[in-house]
Design a protein around this ligand. Structure first.
Ligand SMILES: [Zn+2]
Length: 102
């Protein structure tokens, strides 16, 4: 079970749960809590990473972008997402992961 995602401005640096690129202070991020059996956790992701998940968002189980790239995500999907990404630092981090995965 997940709480509803809420949007926040980072006061300190966080690591994005999807791409691991830092969420830098002063930038917006999306956050929610998840609960599974007796475990709970917090997800913090870039808005661009939420957009990247797209149709996969509901089914997302915490896979990192690296795992998605070696799993279901096609390199064309990744390239298109990089082109759409509004944050160039995040896009550069995605690009580096694509280069490792392919
Ligand atoms: Zn991210």
């Amino acid at each position: 079970m997940n709480t509803t995602p809420t949007e926040h401005t980072a006061r300190i640096e966080h690591a994005c749960s999807v791409c691991a690129v830092p969420i830098t202070p002063g930038t917006r991020y999306r956050r929610w809590r998840w609960f599974f059996e007796n475990i709970a956790g917090t997800v913090k992701i870039h808005p661009d990473c939420e957009a990247l998940l797209g149709d996969h968002f509901e089914a997302w189980d915490g896979d990192t972008l690296s795992e998605m790239l070696t799993g279901w995500m096609l390199s064309e999907q990744a390239e298109a997402a990089i082109a759409r990404c509004s944050d160039r630092a995040v896009a550069a981090g995605w690009q580096a992961l694509v280069e490792v995965a392919t």
